[in-house]
Design a protein around this ligand. Structure first.
Ligand SMILES: [Zn+2]
Length: 81
């Protein structure tokens, strides 16, 4: 896993949040980043598609008819339903 510091969009990287409830000229410590202006983002780099055990057919999501599926082996070779 890799951890990066990411810009906090909620406070625009300032650490101070100014919303509609703050009186003019005031701000509050950003709850999202704790006032740091950034937040830690942890992710795992993608290397290759993993095997999904127990699946034999693959369909497009949200299709009602379920008639246009393909074999999982074909999906692994790069085909799409
Ligand atoms: Zn912030």
């Amino acid at each position: 896993m890799i951890t990066l510091k990411a810009f906090c969009h909620e406070c625009r990287g300032t650490g101070v949040f100014v919303g509609v409830c703050e009186p003019k000229g005031t701000g509050v410590v950003c709850l999202i980043c704790g006032g740091h202006g950034c937040k830690a983002v942890t992710y795992t780099p993608f290397k290759k598609r993993a095997l999904r055990r127990g699946v034999t057919r693959v369909y497009l999501s949200g299709r009602v008819d379920r008639t246009d599926g393909i074999s999982y082996a074909a999906f692994q070779r790069g085909r799409r339903p």
